[in-house]
Design a protein around this ligand. Structure first.
Ligand code: MN
Length: 207
């Protein structure tokens, strides 16, 4: 089959892990290390699914998800978010942004691959149902929901072959400086270290 998966992840270890995993399962994985290139690369690669890290420098995965879901060309591509944070509210924000699936780090390799397969299946069913919406049976709708929930369940499932939390240890978790520019009303939660944004700079005081 060789379905194409774009992997957007700034952490080199995770990037290699995800791409190796996907390759081992017959997918064609394309690595994107810099989130700023993600949309352009997605248009060029035309992936069947995007694996999207959330904590990245320069631009957060949340913003990228919103941008992709606002893009007519990329909107239909399912996105599986991957995040080192499991704080309450994170998953909701990720889903509000438009991601179809969510997996928390450290990932279980088994669940990761299952979630990818589930999202691809759900997307294929959606695509098949599109030309003839009248043919969509209640069963098909239920199946799709099941598949979507599979992705969701991953976050709650305990790891089997747990990967070290490399991302959290090796990358500087910068505050999401760009989030204010995006007009995202939910971006100032403390889950992303947004407290830093309140810091006053004494040097800039006019008096
Ligand atoms: Mn990251």
């Amino acid at each position: 089959m060789g379905q194409k998966i774009l992997v957007v992840e700034d952490n080199e270890l995770n990037l290699k892990l995800f791409c190796d995993l996907l390759g081992a399962h017959g997918y064609e994985a394309e690595a994107v290390r810099d989130g700023r290139e993600a949309l352009e690369r997605a248009r060029a690669f035309a992936p069947d699914l995007v694996v999207m890290d959330i904590q990245m420098p320069h631009i957060s995965g949340l913003e990228l998800i919103e941008q992709m879901k606002a893009d007519a060309e990329l909107r239909a591509t399912p996105i599986m978010a991957v995040t080192a944070y499991a704080a309450r509210g994170d998953e909701e924000r990720i889903r509000d942004a438009g991601a179809e699936g969510y997996v928390s780090k450290p990932i279980s390799v088994v669940r990761f691959v299952e979630a990818v397969a589930g999202l691809l299946e759900a997307a294929a069913e959606r695509a098949a149902a599109e030309p003839e919406p009248a043919d969509e049976t209640p069963e098909a709708v239920a199946d799709r929901q099941d598949a979507a929930e599979e992705g969701e369940a991953v976050a709650e499932t305990e790891s089997e072959a747990t990967v070290e939390e490399a991302d959290a240890e090796t990358e500087p978790l910068e505050p999401p400086r760009h989030s204010r520019e995006s007009g995202n009303p939910a971006s100032d939660g403390d889950a992303e270290g947004g407290g830093e944004e309140e810091k006053l700079d004494p040097g800039s005081s006019p008096g």
